[in-house]
Design a protein around this ligand. Sequence first.
Ligand SMILES: Nc1ncnc2c1ncn2[C@@H]1O[C@H](COP(=O)(O)OP(=O)(O)OP(=O)(O)O)[C@@H](O)[C@H]1O
Length: 220
Amino acid sequence: MTTGGPALACRALTCRAGGRTIIAGLTLELFPAERVALMGPSGSGKTTLLTTLAGLLPPVAGRVLVRGVPLDEQPALRAELALVFQSYGLLSLLTAAENVEVALRAAGRPPAEAMRLAEQALERVKVAKFAGHLVEELSGGQQQRVAVARALALCPRVLLADEPTAEQDADHRAIVLDELLAAADEGTTLVIATHDPEVADRCDRVIDLRAPTHPARTTS
Ligand SMILES: Nc1ncnc2c1ncn2[C@@H]1O[C@H](COP(=O)(O)OP(=O)(O)OP(=O)(O)O)[C@@H](O)[C@H]1O
């Protein structure tokens, strides 16, 4: 499903972490409504790549482009990207609902609308009943679903999700995956880092980061 130009792209992207080159000269184009699985062994650079694509980690060379515009030249374009962090990145002393509302308020939504959208997003991934609970009171899987809800609520142009089903049981894994794929049905570009072949099977394309120091191989 590729319409128009890429929603997100990178050109000759090189990323380093801990004094090592993790991603070397990677060029990619990710299209609206496309569902992409990012795979590769532990340590191959999935988190590093997602964090760089989200504009949170500057590359040492190359560029990230949002709708063809270099992200480093227009940092405001980050607002079009949402990242589900592998470690969730939630504020533990806020409630589940407040975590989603804070993101919506930061994106410019008025308070009442932020509350309504947060509730809807939490319901989509079956954590609405914990809306008033502090994040630190929730299980890992519940926290992960709150992190997914936060990203979904933003209706981002691009949703980058770092192993978003890793902490889920089978039923909740299916729910999370269905909701992420539903966002792609609405036009969001979806990139899911995963070790799960069943998640990859439901995507349009797999990007395989087989070796930390080699360019990614892309399969359709
Ligand atoms: N802040 C850091 N300091 C030092 N090394 C780092 C840092 N961040 C990442 N690395 C290294 O970069 C490499 C890639 O890590 P990354 O987390 O991107 O891999 P991954 O493919 O997401 O792994 P996993 O599947 O285990 O989540 C690893 O060797 C890791 O040790």
